[in-house]
Design a protein. Structure first.
Length: 314
């Protein structure tokens, strides 16, 4: 069976950047991109803090990354990876990557699976997903023209998506568990200046209610414990992200939140397995930091592969 030099799992900014660097480094590389998991970059309406790109939608930026990676010879396929395990190829250590499209082997693996939205875990949330509950404003915002909706969260993503939703909604209310937002000041200022946005501070959603569609939520004041009902027709949840690492099953060392622990060279606890982007433990989750991770991971993986093949520059 043939073997790749590097298999990259994940097609977000970290994965695509790793693909660019692996291709430029002469590696025979395959990137496996999930058709069902939408990354944070794709779900972002407008990116304006990536150096050299004044403004671009997440989709535009990711399409540009992918085009560049393909030009450097990166191979890609759609599929979901279900397991990673040790393998041998011609007596050399290798990795077996199992997915819904079959099994591939490689000398090195770069995990760049990103993160998925956290759920609130409140009654009514699961039942009303797709019927008023959403985790993606750019995906579903147009379905809420003229309607009153709520956004849960206070970080950059929540506030940016609330601003985006004012293009469609009649009114947007941001519900945040604290008395001030966590988002960057420039984003906060835009929200405060938007006449369609109101705020409910020191509050959490306790329940989402409705029949066929969302009709109301129960909101609890974290200071007084008072609970009251708020009518709304949509609930957009941006309560953070959890790393998409469940398929690893303790294959590499993870922190208590499920992030892959890596060193400065993006090496995981297992030789030949590297990681990059939001699936890693890190202090800043942004497109630009994911790209930096991807470049380092590919550079490190290339040197690892060349050592295995006996072609490393001495």
């Amino acid at each position: 069976m043939s073997i790749y030099d590097i298999i990259i799992i994940g097609g977000g900014p970290a994965g695509m950047t790793a693909g660019i660097y692996a291709g430029r480094g002469g590696m025979d590389a395959l990137l496996i991109e999930s058709p069902s998991v939408m990354g944070q970059a794709i779900m972002t309406d407008m990116i304006e803090n990536y150096p050299g790109v004044e403004k671009a939608t997440g989709i535009e930026l990711m399409n540009s990354f992918k085009k560049q990676a393909l030009e450097f010879g990166l191979k890609t396929e759609l599929g979901t990876v279900n397991a990673l395990s040790k393998d041998l190829h011609g007596g050399e250590p290798a990795w077996k990557v199992e997915g819904d499209n079959g099994v591939n082997s490689s000398r090195a693996v770069i995990i760049a699976t990103g993160a998925v939205p956290k759920k609130l875990g409140v009654p009514g949330e699961e039942e009303l997903v797709g019927r008023g509950v959403s985790y993606c404003a750019t995906c579903d915002g147009a379905f809420f023209k003229g309607k009153d909706i709520v956004v849960v969260g206070g970080g950059d993503t929540a506030v940016e998506e609330a601003i985006f939703l004012t293009r469609f909604a009649g009114k947007v209310k941001i519900i945040h568990r604290r008395e001030r937002l966590r988002a960057a000041r420039i984003i906060q200022d835009r929200a405060f200046d938007n006449p369609k946005i109101d705020f409910r501070w020191n509050s959490v959603v306790e329940e989402i209610g409705g029949g066929e569609k969302v009709q109301k939520i129960k909101v609890k004041d974290v200071n007084t414990a008072q609970v009251d009902e708020m009518p709304c027709e949509g609930v957009f949840i941006f309560a953070g992200w959890k790393p998409n690492t469940g398929f690893l099953e303790d294959m590499v060392e993870l922190d208590e939140k499920g992030h892959i622990i890596v060193d400065d060279h993006m090496r995981s606890s297992k030789e030949g397995v590297f990681a990059a982007g939001d699936c890693c433990r890190k202090s800043l989750h942004q497109v630009v930091t994911a790209c930096g991770d991807g470049a380092i991971a590919a550079y490190s993986a290339q040197h690892y592969v060349e050592e295995l093949k006996g072609t490393a520059y001495k």
